[in-house]
Design a protein around this ligand. Structure first.
Ligand SMILES: Cc1cc2nc3c(=O)[nH]c(=O)nc-3n(C[C@H](O)[C@H](O)[C@H](O)COP(=O)(O)OP(=O)(O)OC[C@H]3O[C@@H](n4cnc5c(N)ncnc54)[C@H](O)[C@@H]3O)c2cc1C
Length: 398
């Protein structure tokens, strides 16, 4: 396959690179590079800059206010975002519910919800998982009962990322308890300010607050907030999962993490020599880099098929598995590089601008919390075991 960019794409790459250089605030890129805490305002600030340029909904078709970029242009944009250490774009609106709305929503829904996503005005969260319905998502129990022009929703959603900041939640609910489980589900858009919604934090292993349990008690949701047909929600849910999974590999971000690791290895001294002279350590780095390059070729292959009009198939599952394995490997190498300096847990050291004296080098503080936090990557978006099951069924016919 020919992976050379055309002259037009090279110019585009330079344009995006220059934009990142000029407009990405340096405190944000430092936070991303050092794995420091990003808060809601950080994400919004960067997304506002992109929205103003018209690049926030970069993967959307032009008719819905997107850039209309080709898959190759989207790839370059993601590459340059990773290279520049830009904050990741919050996917719930842009990559998940946005495409569902412009593909399956009615005209009123498109006009109501798409501008808020592409202009960075409305923060969405994903209400899929429940206690007892994660891998077996179709077993979800949250009930929506029709009452005139409303549904009354009762149930519990869990692991809901950033729900504490969300204005809206897209939510899978059971509308027909008697149908086969995939057939009795509907897809609702729920205003998080509705009475009856309670968001409770789940503190993660690194001490962070990014996930929540969301309790829904007699929440009134207008019927007009249902996407598509009643009881056909599983179709839209699966479409959304395909988009979610292909975005999780984050290859460009892993390349930036590896570059950061090599920078550290060049200056960090262990036993009198810099780490870059430790052959065993550098062999492990090289192995991970080779795996990342192989994954990048898989992504490029998927890209070429998308350029030819193909839909993402099991590549999305493969990218999810290998992309998250590599993210975890890099986080383990970074922690290994720091040795015992990675051990002290100082919550303030995860804040940008902290000027307390650090225990080891200042780049050490966030590496252990990041390593522990990254355990999530092989679970969310559908666990890697489940992705392997899908490949076994779809590709190997087992
Ligand atoms: C940090 C984080 C953020 C998340 N954010 C969201 C969110 O915003 N919105 C949302 O809806 N959900 C979210 N999730 C939920 C996520 O999608 C689920 O955790 C995931 O699908 C696994 O479901 P579960 O936790 O119920 O585990 P279970 O399904 O109980 O699985 C437990 C273990 O058993 C394994 N297992 C289960 N079934 C099989 C099988 N058939 N074959 C082989 N192994 C199996 C799994 O791989 C896993 O290791 C998030 C999860 C995490 C960790």
């Amino acid at each position: 396959m020919n992976l050379d960019f055309t002259d037009g794409l090279r110019d585009f790459q330079l344009e995006v690179r220059a934009f990142m250089h000029e407009r990405l605030p340096s405190d944000l890129s430092t936070k991303v590079e050092r794995c420091l805490k990003l808060d809601k305002d950080d994400y919004l600030r960067w997304q506002d800059i992109l929205a103003e340029k018209g690049w926030l909904a970069y993967s959307w078709p032009e008719e819905y206010g997107g850039t209309g970029w080709t898959p190759a242009q989207c790839y370059i944009f993601q590459e340059e975002m990773g290279r520049a250490n830009a904050p990741r774009l919050i996917a719930f609106g842009l990559k998940m519910v946005g495409p569902v709305i412009y593909t399956f929503g009615n005209e009123t829904q498109k006009a109501t919800y798409l501008p808020g996503i592409r202009n960075n005005r409305v923060w969405w969260c994903q209400g899929y998982s429940e206690p007892g319905a994660g891998s077996d998502l179709a077993g979800l129990q949250t009930r929506a009962v029709r009452d005139g022009e409303h549904y009354i929703v009762n149930g519990t959603k869990t692991w809901t990322t950033m729900a504490q900041w969300a204005d809206m939640m897209f939510c899978l609910v059971r509308t027909d308890p008697d149908a086969k489980k995939q057939q009795g589900i509907s897809f609702l858009l729920i205003d998080m300010k509705q009475p009856g919604i309670e968001v409770q934090p789940i503190v993660t292993i690194d001490g962070g607050r990014e996930i929540n349990t969301v309790y829904l008690g007699d929440v009134k949701v207008p019927v007009e907030n249902r996407i598509g047909e009643e009881n056909a929600g599983w179709t839209y849910a699966k479409f959304l999962l395909g988009h979610e999974r292909s975005g999780i590999a984050r290859i460009a971000a892993s390349k930036a993490r590896l570059a950061y690791l090599k920078d550290i290895a060049r200056v960090h001294r262990v036993g009198g020599a810099v780490l870059a002279e430790d052959e065993e350590f550098m062999r492990a780095v090289a192995r991970t880099e080779i795996e990342l390059m192989a994954l990048e070729y898989l992504e490029l292959r998927a890209l070429m098929s998308a350029e030819g009009g193909g839909a993402p198939g099991t590549e999305a599952n493969m990218l999810k598995i290998r992309g998250t394995d590599i993210q975890q490997e890099i986080s383990a190498l970074l922690m290994r590089a720091m040795g015992y300096y990675a051990v002290p847990y100082v919550a303030e050291a995860l804040e940008y601008g902290n000027n307390e004296e650090s225990v080891g080098p200042e780049y050490a503080a966030a590496l252990a919390p990041t390593y522990f936090n990254m355990r999530k990557a092989s679970i969310y978006g559908g666990s890697n075991e489940i992705q392997r099951n899908i490949i076994a069924k779809m590709v190997l016919g087992l």
